[in-house]
Structures are given as C-alpha cells and as structure tokens.
Ligand binder design. Structure first.
Ligand code: SF4
Ligand code: F3S
Length: 106
C-alpha cells in the first residue's frame, strides 16, 4: 500500500486524489489518508504530491513508520475524496515544517 505522511498535514494540496483509479483517498480536516485495503499500488499518486508526502509502504522513512497505522485507522472514519480542491491559504508556509503531527485534526 501507499501511505500519506506528516508533510501532508496543513498542506493538503489534494493533487493526489484525481489520479487514484480506485478512489482510496479519505479526507480529514487538515490531512488526507489512503485506505490500505483499497490501494492497488498503482504508484500514480506518489509523484503528484507537491509536498512529497506520499510513500510506498516499503520506502517509508523510519520516522514516518507510524503513519501506516494512522492511514489505516483514519480511512475507516473519514469520507472518500475524489476531486481536487483549493489547498489551505497558508499551505506553502507549512510545507516542510517539522512536528506537524501534533497539529493533526481528527
Ligand atoms: Fe491510489 Fe494508486 Fe496511490 Fe494506491 S498507489 S493510493 S491506488 S493512486
Ligand atoms: Fe496531501 Fe500531497 Fe495529497 S499534500 S492531499 S498527499 S497531494
């Protein structure tokens, strides 16, 4: 499966959702996740993310390993998103900022 990691938080560009052939992105208030039970590993979303927040499970950086479980958990309760929308107005300010996990809204 592919996994959305920390740098998506508060950036949420949503470029990723348009290319997914199986609609497995789910949307929360300031973050997106991938449903690991739906993802078919097509790889299309990874290069679409301007924040480089999407990784194949096998390529997850060590400090992002916990996002695997977080994607699985949150995708159960968040709605599917299939259409790109405008990112938050301050998205570029947050791109690359460390420590965003504590700002995740559920
Ligand atoms: Fe969707 Fe493909 Fe990305 Fe999986 S790898 S989330 S199937 S676009
Ligand atoms: Fe997030 Fe990147 Fe998609 S910032 S919403 S994973 S395009």
């Amino acid at each position: 499966t592919f996994v959305v990691t920390e740098n998506c938080i508060k950036c949420k560009y949503t470029d990723c959702v348009e290319v997914c052939p199986v609609d497995c992105f789910h949307e929360g208030p300031n973050f997106l996740v991938i449903d690991p039970e739906e993802c078919i590993d097509c790889t299309l979303c990874e290069p679409e993310c301007p924040a480089e927040a999407i990784y194949a499970e096998d390529d997850l950086p060590e400090d992002q390993a916990h996002f695997l479980e977080l994607n699985a958990d949150l995708s159960k309760s968040w709605p599917v998103i299939t259409e790109q929308k405008d990112p938050p107005a301050d998205a570029t300010d947050w791109d690359g900022k460390p420590g965003k996990l504590e700002l995740l809204e559920r």
